[in-house]
Design a protein around this ligand. Structure first.
Ligand code: HEC
Length: 97
């Protein structure tokens, strides 16, 4: 009986820790500008948003465009075609050389 209660408590802690990441910690890494929320929600599903600033020094608009299409075509990112331009504009403006 006691052991079961402890397992439930641990489970709840896990959920809390997770939703904290989704709610804010990850998205505050990105520059606050139009397109940020769309970009963050499109990219954080699979990996850390750190991938964006980490790659920024070597990226150009063309390379971001390729990367976004790679995420969609190869990895199945659920990004709507009409959102690609806005994400691309945001990444180019704030995270390219
Ligand atoms: C469906 C899952 C998925 C989504 C959504 C996704 N990615 Fe990725 N991404 C991956 C995988 C898988 C890799 C390669 C493996 C790894 O390094 O984790 C990757 C790698 C990357 C890399 C490293 C360089 C490279 O080309 O491999 C960058 C930069 C990147 N993603 C940017 C983005 C951006 C920007 C978005 C949002 C527009 C995004 N990703 C959305 C799955 C995804």
């Amino acid at each position: 009986m006691r052991r079961a209660a402890r397992r439930i408590a641990l489970g709840a802690y896990g959920i809390l820790a997770c939703s904290r990441v989704i709610a804010g910690e990850e998205s505050i890494h990105l520059v606050d500008a139009p397109g940020r929320d769309l970009t963050a929600s499109a990219c954080v599903t699979c990996h850390s948003l750190d991938y964006i600033p980490m790659n920024a020094p070597v990226m150009s608009r063309g390379m971001w465009e390729k990367t976004i299409h790679k995420m969609i075509d190869k990895f199945g990112a659920p990004i709507r075609p009409e959102d690609v331009e806005q994400i691309l504009a945001y990444l180019t403006a704030h995270y390219s050389r």
